[in-house]
Design a binder for this molecule. Structure first.
Ligand SMILES: C[S@@+](CC[C@H](N)C(=O)[O-])C[C@H]1O[C@@H](n2cnc3c(N)ncnc32)[C@H](O)[C@@H]1O
Length: 258
């Protein structure tokens, strides 16, 4: 992942976790759902709560888990490949956790209700789950538009445009109802709007070069893909007064108690 994105995400995660007033989490067992390569939410949890007993960090992607174990090994972290929507893969941790962190992951899950239900089962009574994720982002507009072009559409197997459109229709009230139906006490659930401003055009292009879509595009077309994504972005979202590219996004931030 683009290191600038990584730093930006980690700053957001740190701010969110700090706002929860969780104390030191001294001796507690915490699960990080959708840990990626271990250098993001897992790293933030470790930095903020050094007295934690242990983090079980799960991700559906075996490649992420393999890289986490190599590059972000830590004595207090156990990385495991598991799908949060599949209870049979999580059974051993039922009612084990006092806290669950799920940062920037829900957006990628189709069966979200199953994921929330499983988190409920993973928590001890009184345990808390802190979730934050992007609900809608103008940055997706580019890929939705490119997906409509006959030249590029065949390379967009990774784009779940129905999912993007579905999330665009959801809001905090929708999620609050889902969580309450499961049995959570929703301490808070808020939508937060923000702008991401690129430091330069090159940062935007590097983001496209690092995106999951690029792998499906033949090497000889990648340069053109990057340039066309860039011009599509400019058409959809003109530069700000400072001449920089930016996009608006909406996050859901929530704290749930079992
Ligand atoms: C954008 S990354 C988030 C990484 C990190 N949590 C962070 O702080 O930004 C989303 C991760 O969620 C993982 N993921 C997606 N669906 C999942 C599922 N059903 N169960 C577990 N992990 C999942 C993906 O493999 C990916 O590594």
């Amino acid at each position: 992942m683009n290191p600038l994105w990584c730093d930006f995400n980690n700053a957001e995660t740190k701010e969110f976790l700090t706002s929860l007033e969780w104390g030191h989490l001294s001796g507690e067992l915490v699960m990080d759902v959708g840990c990626g390569e271990g250098n993001m939410s897992t790293k933030c949890i470790l930095n903020l709560f050094p007295q934690i007993r242990k983090i079980i960090a799960i991700d559906i992607d075996p490649y992420c888990i393999q890289r986490s174990k190599i590059y972000h090994k830590h004595k207090k972290v156990e990385y495991r490949r598991a799908d949060v929507t599949m209870m049979d893969e999580l059974q051993r941790w039922k009612r084990q956790f006092s806290k669950i962190v799920c940062a920037n992951c829900i957006t990628f899950i189709e069966e979200q209700e199953r994921a929330f239900m499983n988190m409920f089962h993973l928590l001890k009574p009184g345990g808390q789950a802190a979730l934050f994720f992007t609900l809608k982002s103008e940055s997706d507009d580019v890929y939705l538009e490119m997906n409509n072009k006959s030249k590029w559409t065949k390379y967009f197997q990774n784009l779940n445009s129905q999912m993007v459109q579905k999330l665009r229709k959801c809001d905090a009230t929708y999620y609050q109802n889902v969580w309450e139906k499961i049995g959570f006490n929703v301490r808070f659930c808020k939508e937060q709007e923000a702008d991401y401003v690129y430091g330069s055009d090159e940062e935007y292009k590097n983001g496209v070069r690092d995106s999951t879509f690029i792998e499906s595009i033949p090497k000889e077309l990648r340069r053109e893909f990057v340039e066309e994504s860039f011009s599509t972005f400019l058409n959809l979202h003109p530069r700000n007064e400072a001449g920089l590219l930016s996009f608006r996004y909406v996050m859901i931030k929530a704290l749930l108690k079992k």
